[in-house]
Design a protein around this ligand. Structure first.
Ligand SMILES: Cc1ncc(C[n+]2csc(CCOP(=O)(O)OP(=O)(O)O)c2C)c(N)n1
Ligand SMILES: [Mg+2]
Length: 904
C-alpha cells in the first residue's frame, strides 16, 4: 500500500506532538542535509523494528554491501593458495572452450559466464559445498548451465576428469566427452540438476528444498544437514518461473535454501537493466517476498573509501549510477572513472586523490572478492527461518581481457586469439606454469594441472576431503530402500465393477488409496495436486492422508465436522500445491529424483488437468527426463470430448502427442480400470524394482462413468506392449473388420461392433490400443535393426505381427488427435483409418462433441464400411445408405474450415 494512503487512514491522537517530530526532521534536513536525514530515519526504523513496532517493510537498502566490514566473518582459507587454484581453473576453463572450437568449428562453449562467477563457485567449493563421501547425500548444488566449463576445469584439477575428456567438451556423441551443460542423463555420475533452460533451475531448487523438508517432517529421511544452493544469472531472473517459487520458499521458512545470483549486469544481448539497477530491483522483490537478502556489491578495496564517506556522497553516487554506466566503467580506464564517477563532485574527487588511475580501475566488485563472498555465505548458512539470496555484483568475462570483459557481445565470445591468451596468462600470473613457447599459434594452448605433491593440489584436496568429497556427484547410494507392494493393491481392478459405473479417474483414486495404505510402500507414495483434488474426486484423501503443511493446521477448518474435512498436518502426505502447474511439476521432479539426490526412492503421482500438463509445463517435464525422473504423471479430465462442457481451453486432444516427444516418457491411454492398474503395477516394478529404470509414466484418466469390465483372459503382455485383442468378432459373418480403441473411445467402438453385425452383416474385432508411442518405438527399433542387418531375415515390428492376425480394414478411434494412432500407420498391414478429435475443443455434451469430431459410433461404422468399399468388399451404395441413415452431412465438418461457432 502506498505509505501516504496508509498514514491517512490512521487517527492522529496527538497532532502537536506529531508536528514537533516533523519540525525536527525539517530542521535536520535544512541544517545537515538529506543524506544525514536519511541516515537518522534509517536508524529510527531500525530501532522501531527492534522495539517490535510494525511498519510497512522497506524494500530497498542503499547500494552498498549488506554486511558491514566490521561484521564480516573472518576468512579461514589460505588466500594465496586459493587464488592460485582459482587461476588454474580460470585458465583451463578458457582453454577448454578455445580448444573445443579448434577441434570442431562452431561447437560453441561459453567463456564469460564462469569468468564472472569463478570466485562465487570457488568459495563454495573450498568452504561450503558438502559432498557425499561420508555416505550422506551432501548439499545439492544447482550450477548455472553456461558456467559448466569452470566446473569441468575444477574437476580436471581434482583429477576427476582427464585431458582427453576436456578435449571432448561438447563432442560427447561418440560416447566419451563432456556435455555442453549440466545433463544428468548424459553424465549420470557427475551432474545432478539440468539447469540450462533459464528459469527451471530456480523453481526446481525451491521445490527440492521444500521436498527435503517434507521428507524430514514425514520422518522418511533426515535432510537437516543438506543445503540447496542455486547459482543463477541476473538475466535469468526475468523468466517468470524463476521468481514463481520465492513466496513459497519464504512462507515455508526454507532456511535450507541459498540462492547466489551472479549479477554481472549483462545477459546475452546486452545489459540486464541498463537504465536501472538489477540488484536493487531484485532486492525489493526478495525482501517483499520475505527472504533474507545479502548484497555483495563492492570489494574490499572500497571499504576504505566508504569509511571516509562521512557526508554520504559516495553512497549517493553509488545509489544514483545506472547499471548501464557501471558496465561502461568496467571497460574504461582509471582516468575515465576518475572523471565521470568521482569527478563531478569535488568531495568525491578528493576522496580518491591518493589513488592512481590504475588503482581506480582495479577497485573490484564484491562478487570477485573472496572475503566478502565468504562472509555472505557464512551469514546465509547461519541464518534461520528464511531462505537467503546473495546478490553478487560481478563483471561478465572478468579477467578475459579488454576485448571480452563487459562487452555486450561477451556472452557469445568463444574464441581467444594467441595475444588474448597471452594476456589472460599474464593477468592470471601463470608465466611460470605456461611459458611463452607453449603459446605459439602453431599449437593448441596447454592445460595446466598442478602435480599431486604440489601445495595447491594438496590444499584443494584437503578442503574437499574435509567437506565430504567432490561436488558435483550424482547418485547417492540407496540408503532407504523401497519395499514394493505385492499384487494386492491392484487385484480388485481385474474383476471389473459388475453393473456399477465408475470412471478411470475414480479407479485411480482408489488405487492410490490402496497403495498409500500399504504398510511399507505407502509412506513413499507422494500424491501431488494443483488445486484440482475435488475435480478428480480425490478430496476423500484429504482427511485420510492429510495435506502437508510444515507448521501444521493453525485454524479450525470450516468443514471440521464433516467426514471429509480439509485436514492439514506437519506430516501430511498430500502435496496440495495450489494453482501452479510449474510448481507442482517442480515438486514432482524433486520427489521423482529423490532416489538419486537422497538415495530414498519416492513414488510421486502428480494428477493434473491433462490440458495444463505437457503443453503448459513441457519444458519442465523435458528437464525432469534429463534429471532421470521416475514417477507417474496422471493426465486427468483427459480427452477432447470426455470432459464435457468446458470448451476450447480445457479439452485436451493432444497431450499424448506432446508426451510422445519425450524419449523416456511411457505414455498410455487406458480404457479400463484393470488396464490402468496393470500399467501402474508394471511401472512400479520397472522404475523401482531391482536397479530400476530411469523412465516415467504418463497415463490419461477420464471422468466418464461406465461399468468397468473384468480383465479378459489371455491378455498376456498386451496391455504393457500397447495393443491386444480385447474381444473377437462375433461368430457367423463372412465379412470382417477390426476396430482399435483407446480410452473412452471404447464406447463408440463397442457400439459400432454391434451395429455392424446387426445392420451390415460385418463381424468386427475390437482391440485395445493402450500405447501407440510404445508400439511406434518398438517398430522404429525393428526397422533400424532390419536396415543395419541386410543379410539377416527381416524382423517384423510387434504392431505388424499383432495386426496381421486382425481381419479386414482397421479403423482406430481415439479421443485424441488422429496423429496419435497415426504414429503406427506405416506398420499396419492393410488399410488403416484413424478417427480422432483434431481441432479446437468446444463445450457441449459428450454425444454432441463426439458427433462433431466424428468419433461416435455412427462415424466408426461409416469408416469401416467406407474402407470395406474401397477394398471392394461392399458396394459404395452401402456407405451412402449409412451416411443417410445417420444423418451425416458430408459438406459440414471439415476440420480445416469450421472453427467459428457462428457469426456473433
Ligand atoms: C529458456 C531459455 N531462453 C533462452 C536461453 C538462451 N540463453 C542462454 S544464456 C542467456 C543469457 C543469460 O544471462 P544471465 O542469466 O544473466 O547469465 P550470465 O550473464 O551469468 O551468463 C540466454 C538468453 C536459454 N538458455 N534458456
Ligand atoms: Mg548476467
Amino acid at each position: 500500500m502506498n505509505i501516504d494512503r496508509f498514514v491517512q487512514q490512521l487517527p492522529d491522537t496527538d497532532p502537536t506532538e506529531t508536528s514537533e517530530w516533523l519540525d525536527s526532521l525539517d530542521q535536520l534536513i535544512e541544517v545537515e542535509g538529506k543524506t544525514r536525514a536519511r541516515y537518522v530515519l534509517s536508524r529510527m526504523l531500525m530501532r522501531a523494528r527492534e522495539q517490535q513496532v510494525g511498519i510497512p517493510a522497506t524494500i530497498n537498502t542503499p547500494y552498498v554491501n549488506t554486511i558491514p566490514t566490521e561484521e564480516q566473518a573472518w576468512f579461514p582459507g589460505d588466500d594465496r593458495l586459493e587464488k592460485r587454484i582459482r587461476r588454474f581453473i580460470r585458465w583451463n576453463a578458457a582453454v577448454m572452450v578455445v580448444r573445443a572450437n579448434h577441434a570442431a568449428e562452431g561447437i560453441g562453449g561459453h567463456l564469460s559466464t564462469f569468468a564472472s562467477s569463478a570466485a562465487l563457485y570457488e568459495v563454495g567449493f573450498n568452504h561450503f559445498f558438502r559432498g557425499k563421501d561420508d555416505g550422506t547425500p551432501g548439499d545439492h548444488v544447482f550450477i548455472q548451465g553456461h558456467a559448466a566449463p569452470g566446473i569441468y576445469a575444477r574437476a580436471f584439477i581434482e583429477r576427476r576428469l582427464s585431458e582427453d575428456q576436456l578435449d571432448h567438451f561438447r563432442l560427447e556423441a561418440g560416447g566419451r566427452g563432456l556435455s555442453s551443460y549440466p545433463h544428468p542423463r548424459l553424465m549420470p555420475d557427475f551432474w545432478e540438476f539440468p539447469t540450462v533452460s533459464m528459469g527451471l533451475g530456480p523453481l526446481n531448487s525451491v521445490y527440492l528444498a521444500r521436498f527435503n523438508r517434507y521428507l524430514q517432517n514425514r520422518h522418511i529421511d533426515d535432510t537437516s544437514e543438506s543445503r540447496v544452493w542455486a547459482f543463477l544469472g541476473d538475466g535469468e531472473m526475468d523468466e517468470p518461473e524463476a521468481l514463481a517459487g520465492i513466496n513459497l520458499a519464504a512462507r515455508e521458512g526454507l532456511d535450507n535454501l541459498t540462492w547466489v545470483i551472479n549479477a554481472n549486469l549483462q545477459r546475452l544481448d546486452g545489459p540486464v537493466r541498463g537504465n536501472g539497477k538489477i540488484i536493487q530491483e531484485l532486492e525489493a522483490m526478495f525482501r517483499g517476498a520475505g527472504w533474507n537478502v545479502i548484497k555483495v556489491i563492492w570489494g574490499s578495496g572500497w571499504d576504505d573509501l566508504l569509511a571516509r564517506d562521512v557526508d554520504g556522497v559516495l553512497v549517493n553516487k553509488m545509489n544514483t549510477t545506472l547499471d548501464g554506466e557501471y558496465q561502461k566503467y568496467a571497460v574504461e580506464d582509471g582516468a575515465y572513472i576518475r572523471e565521470h564517477f568521482f569527478g563531478p563532485d569535488l568531495r568525491l574527487r578528493k576522496m580518491v586523490e591518493h589513488l592512481s588511475d590504475d588503482q581506480l580501475r582495479k577497485l573490484p566488485r564484491g562478487g570477485h572478492d573472496y572475503h566478502k563472498i565468504y562472509a555472505a555465505y557464512k551469514a546465509a548458512v547461519q541464518h534461520e527461518g528464511q531462505p537467503t539470496v546473495i546478490l553478487a555484483k560481478t563483471v561478465k568475462g572478468w579477467t578475459l581481457g579488454p576485448d571480452v570483459e563487459a562487452r555486450n557481445a561477451t556472452h557469445q565470445i568463444k574464441k581467444l586469439t594467441g595475444l588474448q591468451l597471452i594476456g589472460l596468462r599474464d593477468r592470471l600470473h601463470l608465466e611460470d606454469e605456461i611459458p611463452d613457447h607453449q603459446l605459439t599459434e602453431d599449437q593448441e594452448p596447454p592445460y595446466f594441472r598442478p602435480e599431486p605433491d604440489s601445495a595447491e593440489y594438496q590444499y584443494l584436496m584437503e578442503r574437499r576431503r574435509t567437506l565430504g568429497g567432490s561436488v558435483p556427484t550424482r547418485g547417492a547410494h540407496i540408503h532407504r530402500p523401497l519395499t514394493l507392494p505385492g499384487p494386492e493393491p491392484f487385484a480388485e481392478f481385474d474383476e471389473g465393477s459388475g453393473t456399477a459405473s465408475f470412471s478411470t479417474t475414480m479407479a485411480f483414486t482408489r488405487l492410490l488409496r490402496n497403495l498409500a495404505r500399504h504398510d511399507t510402500f505407502g509412506p513413499r507414495v507422494v500424491p501431488i495436486i494443483p488445486d484440482e483434488g475435488r475435480t478428480f474426486g480425490m478430496d476423500g484423501l484429504f482427511k485420510e492422508l492429510r495435506i502437508y503443511a510444515p507448521f501444521g493446521q493453525r485454524y479450525v477448518p470450516v468443514d471440521a465436522g464433516l467426514m471429509l474435512s480439509y485436514e492439514e498436518a506437519t506430516d501430511g502426505q498430500i502435496l496440495e500445491e495450489g494453482i501452479t502447474e510449474a510448481g507442482a511439476v517442480a515438486s514432482w521432479t524433486a520427489a521423482a529424483t529423490a532416489y538419486a539426490t537422497r538415495g530414498v526412492p519416492m513414488v510421486p503421482f502428480f494428477t493434473f488437468y491433462s490440458m495444463f500438463g505437457f503443453q503448459r509445463v513441457g519444458d519442465f517435464l523435458w528437464a525432469a527426463a534429463d534429471a532421470r525422473a521416475r514417477g507417474f504423471l496422471m493426465g486427468a479430465t483427459a480427452g477432447r470430448t470426455t470432459l464435457l462442457g468446458e470448451g476450447l481451453q480445457h479439452q485436451d486432444g493432444h497431450s499424448l502427442l506432446v508426451a510422445s516427444t519425450i524419449p523416456t516418457c511411457e505414455a498410455y491411454d487406458p480404457a479400463f480400470a484393470y488396464e490402468l492398474a496393470s500399467i501402474i503395477e508394471h511401472g512400479i516394478q520397472r522404475m523401482y524394482g531391482g536397479d530400476g529404470e530411469d523412465v516415467f509414466y504418463y497415463l490419461t484418466v477420464y471422468n466418464e462413468n461406465y461399468p468397468q469390465p473384468p480383465k479378459p483372459d489371455k491378455v498376456g503382455t498386451g496391455i504393457i506392449d500397447g495393443l491386444y485383442r480385447w474381444t473377437p468378432a462375433p461368430d457367423g459373418f463372412e465379412r470382417h473388420a477390426t476396430i482399435l480403441f483407446s480410452g473412452t473411445a471404447h464406447a463408440a467402438a463397442r457400439s459400432a461392433q454391434g451395429e455392424l453385425a446387426e445392420h451390415y452383416g460385418i463381424g468386427a474385432e475390437l482391440w485395445s490400443a493402450t500405447s501407440y508411442k510404445r508400439l511406434r518405438e518398438e517398430a522404429l527399433s525393428t526397422e533400424r535393426w532390419n536396415r543395419l542387418h541386410p543379410s539377416e531375415p527381416p524382423r517384423s515390428p510387434l504392431v505388424t505381427r499383432l495386426l496381421s492376425e486382425a481381419p479386414g480394414p482397421i479403423v482406430a478411434v481415439t479421443d485424441y488427435m488422429k496423429a496419435v494412432p497415426d504414429q503406427v500407420a506405416r506398420w499396419v498391414p492393410g488399410r488403416f483409418v484413424p478417427l480422432g478429435t483434431d481441432g479446437f475443443g468446444r463445450s457441449d455434451t459428450r454425444q454432441g462433441l463426439r458427433q462433431f469430431f466424428e468419433t461416435d459410433m455412427e462415424h466408426v461404422v461409416v469408416a469401416v464400411l467406407s474402407s470395406l468399399a474401397t477394398d471392394g468388399v461392399v458396394e459404395p451404395s452401402i456407405v451412402s445408405d449409412a451416411i443417410d441413415r445417420y444423418g451425416i452431412d458430408p459438406e459440414v465438418g471439415d476440420p480445416r474450415t469450421r472453427w467459428p461457432i457462428a457469426d456473433c
